[in-house]
Design a protein around this ligand. Structure first.
Ligand SMILES: [Zn+2]
Length: 182
């Protein structure tokens, strides 16, 4: 029988700030934050023409409820030059995005229909360029897309309010406000 003794791991040197006993707040992951904000922007953008209730999958063309939308990348997310490209990202159904490996043939067809072939050829070329964002650029993009989301949320609110509006004589009621309380 062979006995193996576990080698004692050497203690890793502590980062400078730990040595000094000073805690430094960890930087938020800006890339992950932008992914989240950008994804919401894309899904809301593509559901706008359905009053923010539904979306049309870029790959299979099915019209589904907003809650089932993914932000699907045509060129894989690992390519930073197109990761936050508005043409490269579109609302896609979960089935196409997660189980059909993006349903690429359908995706390309959908893209050409939506943007025209020229734009897609340019997008495919952009894939190869090298792109690295600075923290400042990340922060600016997060701010920009957050503002666009807020704007669309307001539009969505107005669409819903308009649908719920009932006018009786000179009075305006909103169905949403007329909740029955037991
Ligand atoms: Zn689909």
């Amino acid at each position: 029988m062979i006995y193996r003794y576990k080698k004692k791991k050497k203690d890793k040197p502590l980062p400078l700030f730990d040595k000094a006993g000073v805690k430094i707040k960890k930087k938020p992951n800006l890339k992950a934050k932008l992914d989240k904000v950008f994804s919401m922007y894309i899904r809301m953008r593509d559901s706008k023409r359905f009053d923010f209730n539904q979306f049309c999958c870029i790959s299979c063309g099915r019209i589904l409820p907003f809650e089932q939308a993914d932000c699907g990348h045509y060129i894989n997310r690992q390519h930073m030059s197109t990761r936050f490209d508005e043409t490269n990202c579109n609302a896609q159904c979960r089935h196409c995005n997660r189980f059909q490996e993006g349903n690429m043939q359908g995706y390309r067809r959908g893209l050409i229909q939506k943007y025209g072939e020229r734009k897609i050829l340019l997008l495919e070329m952009k894939k190869k360029s090298i792109c690295k964002y600075s923290d400042f650029e990340y922060e600016q993009l997060i701010k920009y897309y957050s503002a666009l989301i807020e704007q669309m949320k307001q539009e969505r609110f107005e669409v819903i309010a308009e649908k719920d509006k009932i006018t009786i004589g000179d009075d305006v009621f909103y169905l949403n406000d007329l909740k029955i309380i037991d």
